[in-house]
Design a protein around this ligand. Sequence first.
Ligand SMILES: [Zn+2]
Length: 163
Amino acid sequence: MLGNQFLSAIYRLGMDGSVTKVVGTACPCMTFIDPARPEYSAEYHRLHPAPATPNCGGSGVINTSTTTLAIRAIIYPVSIAYANIKMDINGWVQEVIGRMKDCDMVLIGTVQTSGVTFFDLTVLSEFSDKATFDSIDYRVTNIAPYKFGRETLFQAAGLKRVA
Ligand SMILES: [Zn+2]
């Protein structure tokens, strides 16, 4: 299987990191402005102060617990991705790079370290979850599948540095 060869290559060439997924319940502030388009509302928390109403602190989730999983991925700085814009497929690099800073990274391919299996980045929330490489936390954005036939070989994503 071509997919397995890709996973082995990502494991061999990739950098050790982790993903931290926050599970919890959606904060009521997320539907305060427009229930159809959930987004964080500082106004809601001003009107409903803690401790009576828990404050999600911008994460959009309350009553949380976290799970962390070891992964390996190939990551490189945005500036290098920018040089590859001519090879861009479907405008993905251009769209992602346009909204990123020099301290951000581009990720190509992720494996779960245990078992060298495909890790599906789409299970992560851009807002509440994170990926960590070299002790630096990133939000995972713009996840794009690269397919061979119907098989997803790997996913690309933008890593936006957190603070
Ligand atoms: Zn909130």
